[in-house]
Design a protein around this ligand. Sequence first.
Ligand SMILES: Nc1ncnc2c1ncn2[C@@H]1O[C@H](COP(=O)(O)OP(=O)(O)OP(=O)(O)O)[C@@H](O)[C@H]1O
Ligand SMILES: CC(C)(CO)[C@@H](O)C(=O)NCCC(=O)O
Ligand SMILES: [K+]
Length: 259
Amino acid sequence: MLLAIDCGNTNTVFSVWDGERFLCTLRTSTHHGRTADAYFTWFSTLMKHYGIEAEINDVIISSTVPRVVFNLRIFADRFFGCRPLVVGRPDCLLPHDPRVDEGTRPGPDRLANAAGAFDRHGGDVVVVDFGTATNFDVVAADGAYVGGVIAPGVNLSLEALHSGAAALPHVDISQPDKVIGTNTVECIQSGVFWGYIGLITGIIDRIKAEYGRPMKVISTGGLAPLFQQGEDLFDRFEDDLTMHGLTVIHRYNKENGVI
Ligand SMILES: Nc1ncnc2c1ncn2[C@@H]1O[C@H](COP(=O)(O)OP(=O)(O)OP(=O)(O)O)[C@@H](O)[C@H]1O
Ligand SMILES: CC(C)(CO)[C@@H](O)C(=O)NCCC(=O)O
Ligand SMILES: [K+]
């Protein structure tokens, strides 16, 4: 079985894939100091808790935080006896090579999103991924990742207001009923929520205009549903898109004899 690890700047997600479906999805915060032993203690405890018996013999990692890969490699080697595939490294093949400026290293989560979106929908897709950053990943007709947009994430924007302005409290995101807030919290929520609606709409419209062909818009990431409510921004929401992309990349490497 395959263990797919999606390590973001805020959270790290482990999913076990049996070849047809995900048996479980486990989430922890990202810490570069976490050791291989600590990962295994956490992972095996939760697997036992959910009554899942999985014989893992392959591991694939997408990490937007380079430093955590060291301990995750030891984790894969020590507990599952395998050399993990690390997306973005030269020895991990991609079904379609990205077309970006020379020297650019697209985030592995974006490469996984592109592989997952192409597998499910074919090309001419834009993926909107709501993580620490909000990124828009454009997948061409032939499946290549061809770039996109990186914007500050929702929680990062809220945090920036709180840390940069002495009188502004920490606020959680929610959808305000109206735009004109009548207290500080409502004003912040309005700014970030409606500002974000404008950002998403504006960027998607501009991407479509520049791209010049009809495109599908797929959203992913924990906060995507919040922006879908009552708005017609995305064609689909697919929570497991990055993980699905990792299984696609793993399968491609297996078929091509890399592992
Ligand atoms: N309705 C909500 N209100 C507030 N926070 C939410 C809500 N829904 C999800 N979240 C949080 O939003 C964050 C976004 O989730 P997601 O897993 O997509 O990105 P992340 O893990 O934070 O980012 P990264 O992948 O860059 O580490 C998570 O921390 C999640 O707990
Ligand atoms: C944009 C993020 C932070 C989104 O997780 C990640 O994909 C990343 O670190 N990317 C590297 C730069 C790039 O994608 O062009
Ligand atoms: K993510």
